[in-house]
Design a protein around this ligand. Sequence first.
Ligand code: NA7
Length: 537
Amino acid sequence: MTEAAYDAVIVGAGFSGLYMLHRLRAQGLSVRVYEAGSSVGGTWYWNRYPGARVDIESQEYSYSFSPELDAEWVWSERYATQPELLSYLNHVADRFDLRPDIQLDTRVTAAVFDEATNRWKISTDRGEAVTARWCVMATGCLSVANEVAFPGAESFEGASWHTQSWPEGGVDFTGQKVGVIGTGSSAIQSIPVIAGQADHVTVFQRTPNFSVPAHNGPVDPAVAADWAANRAQRRAEARETGFGIRMVEPRETETFADDPQARQAEFERRWKIGGFALLGAYGDTLASEEANEIAAEFVRGKIREIVNDPETAEKLSPRSFPIGAKRVCVDTDYYATFNRPNVSLVDLRDEPIEAIEPTGIRTSKQTYEVDAIVYAIGFDAMTGALSKIDIRGRGGASLHERWAAGPRTYLGLMIAGFPNMFIVTGPGSPSVLCNMAVAIEQHVEWISDCIAWMGERQMGRIEATETAQDEWVAHVNEVADGTLFPKANSWYMGANVPGKPRVFMPYIGGFPVYREKCEEVATRGYEGCLVASDARA
Ligand code: NA7
């Protein structure tokens, strides 16, 4: 049977895949999108846990490519909830008529490059195989959940869920004793909501995280009016900041240039704004340990102010890594939730989990009886989704093996030895250290421009050189080493997955610097890449 042939296959129909499809189709390409979920939406389809919402203001965390879309969509809250984000992405799919080219409930299992034809053969778990000139991995940075590997987990008699694969109809915790394992962003968002419903919530914390208030609420009409009047300008401002987030309001000022009173006032002002604004207070927070400690201690002071019990406050206070070196969480009432009589905290540094038992969670000290368990234990980040697909490049080389010691890419967009394949927000690009919406749009546009450039020249194959890739990887590491980021056991480092190599994966040089580099590469005829026509390949 002849396989269906497309110009491009896109894996994933989240924020990245939807825009990628829209762009490539507008360029006249035939495109097939495969999506494992039963809906478009990616992250915002899967992460349906209570309290799930974006941690960047929605005005900024949304597409900017279509002024009409931007103008017509009205966000109801400063930080949109998961259902609102999912309806936004569904609206995008309908508005741009994307659905006919998207196949849902289909997981791509293999992608094999054929050197004779310069095409990828892509296979799915439905037994289909198609070929495509271009393969774009829009598979997301946080799309593969960490496995629940606690001994005895399968013996638990109650219900249990990973936050990333929450039941579509939601869960009613009324009257239940709930154990939540983990205190990352997913836990910090869900714990206050679960605590408002359940009989009791026991939080199992291995490492406390820094969390700042969202101060969420309805979108301020003045802010909405400002965005409506100045949208293009506001978007451009976001793109000029290192994190691609306008509300961070980054300042160059160094921490010790201000006296303690001025520092306190600046941090207080930013705490009131909420969200990541705190991180923009001083230019050296993520570079100097002494400076970082000042910001960290400000947050610890807030925890002590909010949490009534000093012992609980201390347990909730992060002391083992610099603030910002793990993604700061953005919460609604997280710390105050520990003042509720129906919430208790178990510090796993004192009493590690030994096993899950049929009726509870057993630590080295005791068994905590629970009716339900929420595993908020995170993701195999940045490389998880690609490592689940059997990707074979030139000479049958396996990506899995190539990346055994950690991911290596050129600009986080291409991989030497894997021609005609692109990754959206891959390791080695700003990705999770940037507003994802900003990072995604820039990648999608770069990839589609590259494909158009190839088409105009009737070229059939493009591939990053090993030299360009080595230089980029060295640069990514050098920049990371100049910061405090590698000092945390974070998912940025792969440190949260046993056995995963410790490599700092995102690019921390800042979005504007990165975008400039990408533009320079393109302007110079895709410098660092080998380009060939089909005939010469
Ligand atoms: P995170 O931020 O990786 O958090 C996972 C949490 O689960 C974290 O507190 C972990 O503790 C904890 N964890 C993981 N494995 C275990 C085991 N075995 N025992 C106890 N505790 C464990 O994932 P999230 O889903 O919350 O957030 C991911 C991103 O999504 C977030 O940054 C936002 O960008 C949105 P640890 O810190 O490893 O000690």
